[in-house]
Structure formats: structure tokens, C-alpha cells
Write a protein that binds this ligand. Structure first.
Ligand SMILES: Nc1nc2c(ncn2[C@@H]2O[C@H](COP(=O)(O)OP(=O)(O)O)[C@@H](O)[C@H]2O)c(=O)[nH]1
Ligand SMILES: [Mg+2]
Length: 250
């Protein structure tokens, strides 16, 4: 029997996209449940998601009082999914950059034993057809940088389309991550590598959003690079990965 899966979709002002993304996720993986984690949208996104739920079911909408960033949305969404006993937890954007029809390949990889399956732009078959050269350059070098410093051995460590085995999220103590945006993706990848690896990458075609606006900023990119350097110093020079030695939380 297939593993119980939850697709977690963070949203801020995704009204132009949310209905289509939910309907396409449902069509691609009819068994999976969906958790929309909404960061105080002002454009009716959560109401639209609830309307789709009334039509097709198996959709929960979690309304956060404020925007907590992409990382904050996933920490909360994953914690809820783990508490509810889901066996696979998926990360996916609401802006249709991630094609729901790639979901079965990611879920199959986890069902086949991967601890983490990444939808990768940088393995053979992956692509970013909408990106100008400088945008691709930035992303490729961000990945080379993170790989060189952290020894990840992953082609696309900043990708945000992924499926985690629930045990993996428990092993990495996901609720104690601290980063946001691209830094969050690298932080999660690094912890999976440090707790035993088991990462597989499946090719995806990443499309730029055509509706709504991006919530990422150059501040998040720079912040991620600083964090990567900090983790590398902790792990390689001081030989202690931050979270494993953090004091127990009350
Ligand atoms: N709940 C929540 N979702 C967010 C936040 N920031 C971004 N998102 C969502 O996370 C996904 C990725 O963000 P996006 O702006 O598309 O980033 P980009 O693809 O890197 O430009 C989208 O579905 C956003 O709506 C946030 O602070 N809170
Ligand atoms: Mg996006």
C-alpha cells in the first residue's frame, strides 16, 4: 500500500494560482492530502483553498497570524503533518513553478527507499527554460558554493520541490531549523546528509511564476550564503553541527 502523504503548500497572496495548483495536485496524486499554510494573505487565498476543499476534499488550510517566512511555514506544516501520522511530507510552492505532475516520481522515490527525494533542475533531464543566463548563473553558483563548503554531494540543494520520509524529518529534528528561503532548503539538505544521506534527485522543469509576485529577496540570498559559511565553520572547523549540540529546548 502507498505511504500516507501530505503535500505542504505555503502561501502568501497566491489567489491567482491557488485553485489551479490544488486541482492539479489532486489530479496528479489523488490519494495525497494537502496542507495549505497561509501566511496572512490579504487576497483571499485561504478562502479560495477552503472552497476547493469543499469541492474535492482532503485539503486543510492552516492560517498563520503573520508571515513567518517560507521556513517558518514549513516548520509548522511539517510539525502538524508529523503529529497526524503522515509517512511522507512534500514541499511545494503554490505558484506553479513546480509541476504537480512531477509529484508521483518524487513519491515513488521515497517509497523506493530514499530518505529525501529532490526535484532537481541540475540533473540530466532537469531544466529552467524561463531563466535568463544571469539567473541560472546565480543559482548554479549558489549550489557550487554550498556543495564546496558543506560537502553535500547534491546537484540542486536550493530546490524547494521535495519529498521527505517522516522518519527523516524526525531524525533531523526539523522544528529546530532556523533558516528561511534558500537557506532553509540548504539547511534541511545538510541535516539529511549529516544524519545518513539517502538523497535521490529526480529531474524537473522549473517554470517561472506567471501570476502573482515573488516573496524572495536578495536579502534572503545573501543571508543564505552567510549561514552556509557559518554551518561550514561549525561543522568542519569546530566539528560540531549546530543543532546536534544545541541545548534541549524547554
Ligand atoms: N506561509 C508563507 N508562505 C510563504 C512565505 N513566503 C513565501 N511563501 C510561499 O512560498 C512559496 C515560494 O515563494 P516565492 O515567492 O514563489 O519564491 P521564489 O519562487 O523563490 O520567487 C510560494 O508559494 C509563496 O507564496 C511566508 O512568509 N509565509
Ligand atoms: Mg516561486
Amino acid at each position: 500500500m502507498a505511504l500516507r502523504s501530505l503535500v505542504v503548500i505555503p502561501t502568501v497572496d497566491e489567489a491567482p494560482n491557488i485553485v489551479e495548483v490544488l486541482e492539479r495536485v489532486r489530479a496528479a496524486v489523488p490519494e495525497a492530502h494537502i496542507l495549505v499554510v497561509d501566511g496572512a494573505s490579504h487576497d483571499g487565498t485561504p478562502e479560495l483553498a477552503e472552497r476547493v476543499d469543499r469541492e474535492v476534499g482532503q485539503i486543510t488550510v492552516l492560517r498563520q497570524a503573520q508571515r513567518n517566512g517560507l521556513g517558518g511555514a514549513y516548520r509548522t506544516g511539517f510539525a502538524q503533518g508529523l503529529a497526524e501520522g503522515y509517512e511522507v511530507l512534500v514541499e511545494m510552492d503554490a505558484d506553479l513553478s513546480h509541476d504537480p505532475s512531477d509529484l508521483p516520481a518524487l513519491l515513488e522515490a521515497v517509497e523506493g527507499g530514499a530518505r529525501l527525494a529532490i526535484g532537481s533542475r541540475y540533473v540530466p533531464g532537469g531544466a529552467t527554460p524561463d531563466w535568463p543566463r544571469h539567473r541560472l548563473w546565480l543559482s548554479v553558483w549558489a549550489n557550487r558554493y554550498a556543495n564546496a563548503l558543506l560537502g553535500l554531494g547534491v546537484h540542486d540543494a536550493t530546490a524547494g520541490f521535495r519529498a521527505y520520509r517522516a522518519d527523516t524529518l524526525r531524525a533531523i529534528d526539523q522544528g529546530t531549523t532556523g533558516a528561511d528561503g534558500y537557506g532553509f532548503q540548504v539547511e534541511m539538505t545538510y541535516r539529511v546528509v549529516r544524519t545518513g544521506g539517502g538523497i535521490v534527485e529526480r529531474p524537473i522543469t522549473f517554470r517561472d511564476r506567471s501570476l502573482g509576485t515573488s516573496k524572495m529577496s536578495s536579502r534572503i540570498v545573501v543571508g543564505a550564503m552567510v549561514l552556509v559559511a557559518r554551518w561550514a565553520i561549525r561543522g568542519r572547523v569546530l566539528r560540531r553541527p549546530g543543532w546536534a549540540t544545541a541545548p534541549p529546548r524547554a
